[in-house]
Design a protein around this ligand. Structure first.
Ligand SMILES: [Zn+2]
Length: 674
C-alpha cells in the first residue's frame, strides 16, 4: 500500500538519474584510505575524512552527482540484476517463487516477443471500454479498471484511519491526472502553457498509436485534456495537501451517496468486489463533487477516451517499443528532464519490484542479509533507544507532562529491520512465461485485492511498506515505527566485519536520526499509537523553537556553492535530526563499550573512527548546477555541512581529535536539542 505521507527518506535527493552509465563497483566498505591526512581535522573535518575519496571519485560525465551512496545504489542494482538473470534461467531446483520471478523477468525482457504480439494482448480490455453504452456501464467499467490498477478518475484505497490507528478504512482521494500534479493544468505561466501543449500532442500520438484516425485522435486528446483540467481545478495543491487534518472527512455510505448523486457507490463497491463498506474518508470533498457533475455533463465518448488513455498508460511498460518510447518522450524527457531512457533491464527490474517485490526480496535477503546482521542491528537500535530514553529523562527544556508522553511514544516505536517476519504469499498469482502484459495486469489485480482485503480488519503492524532490497530508512508517524531495509543495511552503511565504532558512526547515527524524527515539529503532531494528535504544550513548542533557531543561524552561515548559502530554514528538520542522531549514537557507543578501552585500529581510537565513519558516508562530488538546485530544494544540507555542522556542535569530537578551542570545528556555543 502506498502511504500518502512524507516519510523521512534518509539519503534523499542523491538517487541515480535513470539511464546513467554506472561505473561498476565490486564491493564497498569503510576505507581508511579515503581520508586526507594532509588536512587538519580541526579546521575542516569533511576534507580530512573524505579528501582522498573526493580526489579519486570525480562525477562521471553523464551524471551530476557521485557519492558513497551512489556507489551503494549501483552495487545493489548489479546484485539484483544478477539475481534476476539467474532466476530467469530454467534449471532444476528453482523454487516456485524463483520461477515466478524468473518467468516474469524473462517475459518482460523478451522484446521480440512483445513486438510480435503488438497491441493484441490489450484488445480485450479496449473492447470492454468501446462497448460501454450507458452511465451505469461506465461506472461498472471504472470499477473494473480500478481492479487492474488503473486508478482513475479518483484514487480509491484502504488505509489507516488517521484518528483511530487501530482501524483500516476506505479512502477516496483526488487523482486521475495524467500529469499528476494539478498545478501543471492550472498554472497561468508560459512554461506551464507550453507543457500543456506538449501533453496534448503526446495524447494525440498515443491515440494514433491505438489506431485512431487523425481527427479522432485529436478529438480524444482534447476530451482527456478537458476532463483532467476540470478535475485539476478542484484538486488541492501540494502545499494544501500537507495539512492532513483538513483531509479528514469520514462519511457513511449514505453521506457519500448524497455528495455524488450521479455516481452509484453501491454499484462501484460491488464492481470492485466489496460487499459492505461502513465508512469512507473523502480527502477532498470538492473534488468528488466536481467529478460527479462531470459524470453527468461530459459525453460518454469523452469518458471512454479518458479511460482508454489511462488504460494504455498503465499497460505501457509491457507494450511494444513505440508505446514505451512515446511515454518516455513526454514523461521522461519533458516532465522529468531525463536525457536517456532507462535500459530494458532496469525497467524490467522495476516491474519485478512492483509486482513480485517481496518474492525478489526474499531471494535478496537469503543472499545478502544473514539473520546475524539483523540481530546486530536490533542490538544497535536497542542501545540507541536507551540513549534517547536517558537523554529525554534529563532534557532541561521539556515540561514534565510532555516528557511523560514523549517517553511513552519512544517505548511504543516499532522496529522493522531488514525484511518482514512473514513473507507475502504470491501462490495465487499466475505468472505465464511469454505473457508480459497478462503478467502485469494479473499482478496489479492481485495487489488491488490484497489491499482491499485489509478493509475492516485491524491495521497489520507487521507489513513492510518498502521492499527489503530497496535502500530505505525512515520513521513513519501513523505507524510510529522505524524501518531499515536489508538493502541499506549493507557495507559501508552497516558492515558486520567492522568494529562497533564504525557501525555506530554510520548506521547508529542514522538510526538515531530517524528516532528523533518521531519528536520533531512533524512527529509531535502524532501520538505513540499513531493518531493525529498534538501532545506538546505551547511552552515546550516555544522552547523547541528557540533551540531550533540556533541551528537555523548556524547552517545559514554555510556556503552551499559559490555565493549561494545553505537555507537554514529548509534544512532545519534534517539538521536537528543529524545532530541529535550522532550525539545519541555516540552515547550508545560509549554505553556499548561499557568503560572498556578498545585498541586503536590503523592508528585511530574508537572515538576517532566513529567520527571518521560519519564523515565518510557523506563523501560526495557534485556539479555546480546540481549543487545549486539541491541547495534550493533538498531538505538535507550538503554533505560537507552534514559532517562539519554536526561535529562542530560536539565537544566529544573536539576531545577525540584534540582540537584546541577556537578551531573552526569547535563552536563556542554549540546548538543542541537532543
Ligand atoms: Zn531525516
Amino acid at each position: 500500500m502506498r502511504r500518502p505521507l512524507t516519510v523521512g527518506v534518509l539519503l534523499a535527493a542523491l538517487a541515480l538519474a535513470a539511464g546513467a552509465q554506472s561505473p561498476p563497483v565490486p564491493s564497498l566498505q569503510f576505507e581508511i584510505d579515503a581520508l586526507d591526512r594532509s588536512a587538519d581535522p580541526c579546521a575542516d573535518f569533511y576534507r580530512y575524512a573524505c579528501g582522498n575519496w573526493l580526489a579519486h571519485n570525480p562525477v562521471p560525465p553523464d551524471r551530476s552527482l557521485w557519492s558513497r551512496y551512489s556507489q551503494m545504489v549501483n552495487l545493489n542494482q548489479q546484485r539484483l540484476t544478477a539475481l534476476l538473470q539467474r532466476a530467469a534461467q530454467p534449471r532444476p531446483g528453482r523454487s516456485a517463487e524463483e520461477q515466478k520471478i524468473g518467468d516474469y523477468y524473462a517475459s518482460c525482457m523478451d522484446a521480440a516477443g512483445i513486438e510480435a504480439k503488438g497491441l493484441a494482448p490489450l484488445q480485450p480490455e479496449l473492447a470492454r471500454i468501446a462497448a460501454v453504452q450507458s452511465r451505469p456501464q461506465l461506472i461498472a467499467e471504472i470499477a473494473h479498471l480500478n481492479t487492474l490498477g488503473v486508478n482513475v478518475p479518483f484514487d480509491f484505497y484502504p488505509d489507516q484511519d488517521m484518528k483511530d490507528s487501530t482501524k483500516v478504512i476506505a479512502f477516496v482521494d483526488q487523482g486521475g491526472l495524467g500529469m499528476a500534479n494539478p498545478e501543471r493544468y492550472t498554472d497561468p505561466g508560459p512554461e506551464a502553457a507550453a507543457l500543456r501543449q506538449k501533453y496534448l500532442e503526446h495524447l494525440k500520438r498515443e491515440f494514433a498509436l491505438l489506431g485512431d484516425a487523425s481527427a479522432d485522435a485529436d478529438a480524444a486528446a482534447h476530451a482527456v485534456m478537458r476532463l483532467e483540467t476540470a478535475l485539476a481545478e478542484v484538486s488541492w495543491t501540494r502545499v494544501q495537501r500537507r495539512d492532513r487534518e483538513k483531509q479528514y472527512h469520514v462519511l457513511t455510505p449514505a453521506q457519500l451517496a448524497a455528495l455524488t448523486p450521479h455516481f452509484s457507490w453501491k454499484q462501484y463497491f460491488g464492481g470492485v468486489g466489496l460487499a459492505r463498506v461502513q465508512v469512507i474518508n473523502v480527502n477532498v470533498p470538492g473534488f468528488l463533487q466536481e467529478f460527479d457533475s462531470l459524470l453527468a455533463a461530459a459525453s460518454l465518448q469523452d469518458w471512454k477516451s479518458y479511460l482508454r488513455w489511462h488504460l494504455v498508460h498503465v499497460a505501457t511498460p509491457a507494450l511494444p517499443a513505440a508505446y514505451v518510447e512515446e511515454a518516455f518522450d513526454f514523461e521522461g524527457k519533458t516532465l522529468s528532464g531525463l536525457a536517456q531512457p532507462p535500459s530494458r533491464a532496469q525497467r524490467c527490474q522495476d516491474l519485478v519490484d512492483r509486482d513480485l517485490g517481496e518474492a525478489e526480496g526474499k531471494l535478496y535477503v537469503e543472499t545478502y542479509f544473514p539473520e546475524s546482521s539483523r540481530q546486530e542491528v536490533l542490538r544497535l537500535v536497542g542501545l540507541l533507544r536507551q540513549a534517547l530514553r536517558e537523554d529525554m529523562q534529563t532534557l532541561p527544556w521539556m515540561t514534565e507532562a510532555t516528557r511523560r508522553q514523549a517517553l511513552a511514544k519512544l517505548e511504543a516505536i516499532g522496529v522493522k529491520i531488514g525484511h518482514p517476519e512473514k513473507w507475502r504469499d504470491y501462490s495465487s498469482l499466475r505468472i505465464v512465461r511469454g505473457d508480459a502484459l497478462g503478467n502485469s495486469l494479473r499482478s496489479l489485480s492481485f495487489e488491488f485485492r490484497r489491499q482491499l482485503a485489509k478493509l475492516g480488519t485491524p491495521v497489520q503492524r507487521g507489513e513492510f511498506y518498502e521492499l527489503p532490497q530497496s535502500i530505505e530508512g525512515y520513521h513513519d508517524n501513523p505507524l510510529n515505527e522505524i524501518v531499515f531495509t536489508a538493502g541499506i543495511l549493507q557495507p559501508p552503511f552497516f558492515d558486520p566485519r567492522m568494529d562497533d565504532a564504525v557501525n555506530f558512526g554510520i548506521a547508529g547515527g542514522v538510526i538515531g536520526h530517524e528516532l528523533t524524527h518521531a519528536f520533531d515539529d512533524q512527529g509531535r503532531k502524532w501520538d505513540g499509537q499513531g493518531n493525529l494528535r498534538d501532545w506538546w504544550t505551547p511552552e515546550d513548542a516555544a522552547q523547541y523553537q528557540q533551540r531550533a533557531q540556533c541551528f537555523v543561524d548556524q547552517y545559514s552561515q554555510y556556503t552551499a556553492v559559490d555565493d549561494l548559502k545553505v537555507n537554514g530554514q529548509l534544512t532545519l528538520g534534517e539538521n536537528i535530526a543529524d545532530n541529535g542522531g550522532l550525539h545519541l549514537a555516540y552515547l550508545a557507543l560509549l554505553a556499548g563499550l561499557a568503560g572498556k578501552d578498545l585498541p586503536a585500529i590503523d592508528g585511530f581510537t574508537p572515538q576517532q573512527r566513529f567520527f571518521l565513519a560519519w564523515g565518510q558516508i557523506r563523501c560526495a562530488n557534485v556539479t555546480e548546477a546540481r549543487a545549486r538546485s539541491l541547495a534550493r530544494t533538498d531538505p538535507h544540507s550538503p554533505g560537507r555541512w552534514r559532517v562539519n555542522g554536526v561535529v562542530s556542535n560536539m565537544p566529544e569530537f573536539a576531545k577525540a581529535f584534540h582540537c584546541p578551542g577556537g578551531s573552526p570545528m569547535v563552536r563556542k556555543e554549540p546548538c543542541r536539542i537532543w
